[in-house]
Design a protein around this ligand. Structure first.
Ligand code: HEC
Length: 95
C-alpha cells in the first residue's frame, strides 16, 4: 500500500458516515435512556397520579421506595418510560 494513512482515514470516514463504527459516546447515547426531567415530572405527576387514588405526598417514601413504586405504578397507569422517569425525578427531589 502506497498511502496507508490516507486509506485508513478513508475507511474511517466511510464507516463513521455509515454509522458502523460504534464510538463509545454513541454507544452510551443509544443505551442510556434520556434522563428524567423535574418540570415535566411535576406535570406528569399531576396528570396521572391522582386518577386512581389520592395523591401521595412525595415525603412519604424514600428514594429507593419511590423507584419501585413508580415502576409498579407505571404499569398500572400505562405511563411511557419518559413519563415514569420524569415523575421519579420529581418525587425523589421532593421527599
Ligand atoms: C390505574 C390506576 C392507578 C394510577 C394511574 C396510579 N396508581 Fe398508584 N396505586 C394504584 C393501586 C390499585 C394501588 C394499590 C394496590 C397496588 O399496590 O397495586 C396503588 C398504590 C400506590 C401507592 C401505595 C404503595 C404502598 O406501598 O403503600 C403509591 C405510593 C402510589 N400508588 C403512587 C402512585 C403514583 C406516584 C402514581 C403516578 C405515577 C400512581 N400511583 C398512579 C393504582 C393507580
Amino acid at each position: 500500500m502506497k498511502h496507508p494513512n490516507k486509506l485508513t482515514a478513508l475507511f474511517f470516514i466511510i464507516f463513521v458516515a455509515a454509522g458502523t463504527v460504534p464510538s463509545p459516546a454513541g454507544w452510551a447515547q443509544q443505551n442510556t435512556p434520556p434522563a428524567g426531567d423535574y418540570i415535566r415530572g411535576v406535570k406528569a405527576w399531576g396528570d396521572n397520579c391522582s386518577r386512581c387514588h389520592n395523591m401521595r405526598d412525595p415525603k412519604e417514601f424514600r428514594d429507593d421506595q419511590w423507584k419501585s413504586i413508580v415502576t409498579h405504578m407505571r404499569v398500572r397507569a400505562g405511563l411511557t418510560g419518559q413519563d415514569a422517569r420524569d415523575i421519579l425525578v420529581f418525587l425523589q427531589t421532593s421527599n
